[in-house]
Design a protein around this ligand. Structure first.
Ligand SMILES: [Fe+2]
Length: 197
């Protein structure tokens, strides 16, 4: 449906700052861009657009914060531009033990389906902006619908200071560093990427 009501347009945009991202960086004290990524939220009907800056922060490629969904909510990402990685992880009841972890390489034209229960984040491994659309819901009466939408739970990621692996640049491409806050990963698919630490 084509909108004729523009009430919520002022609530569509948010930016994820370096200050906030420091909570989940491999090297939180490394310098970085003022903003890591930009979010324009239209929700399920209008879609949400995310734009990542390209670059490295303390050796790590610029990424989204990462979150789990509240409730049984799936999500599809459509890659509009650039080159990236989608990281997924499903936890056990123990917050330090990962049931399943996987990495998917994506480029313009790809789409990725995220089943309920899988936390996810996306990483820009290219030299241009990385741009996606997704269909996650937004409630514009939430306190911060664009920056911290109510369907997303960021807290487990904050507590563990990121996902089970950090993605760094090595010899011009992505490689992995284990986040040692996680004690174990039961099953993993690393898309052929090398674990350097
Ligand atoms: Fe999501």
């Amino acid at each position: 449906m084509i909108p004729t009501d523009f009430t919520f347009v002022g609530k569509h945009y948010a930016a994820r700052t370096h200050e906030k991202m420091r909570e989940v960086l491999m090297n939180p004290d490394a310098p970085g861009p003022e903003v890591h990524y930009y979010m324009i939220r239209g929700g399920e009907t209008q879609r949400n657009i995310t734009v990542w800056e390209p670059g490295l922060v303390g050796g790590e490629y610029i990424k989204t914060y990462g979150h789990y969904h509240v409730g049984e909510l799936d999500e599809t990402y459509w890659i509009i531009f650039g080159e990236g990685l989608i990281l997924k992880q499903k936890m056990t009841n123990d917050p330090t033990v990962v049931e399943e972890f996987s990495i998917t390489r994506v480029t313009q034209g790809d789409s990725v389906f995220l089943a309920p229960g899988y936390g996810h984040l996306a990483i820009n491994i290219g030299s241009t902006f990385f741009v996606t659309a997704d269909d996650s819901p937004v409630r514009f009466d939430d306190p911060d619908p664009a920056g911290l939408p109510g369907h997303a739970d960021y807290e487990p990621v904050r507590k563990m200071r990121g996902f089970a692996y950090y993605v760094i640049e090595q010899n011009g491409g992505p490689a992995l560093v284990r986040n040692t806050n996680y004690a174990a990963i039961r099953k993993e698919d690393l898309a052929g990427l090398l674990v350097v630490k």
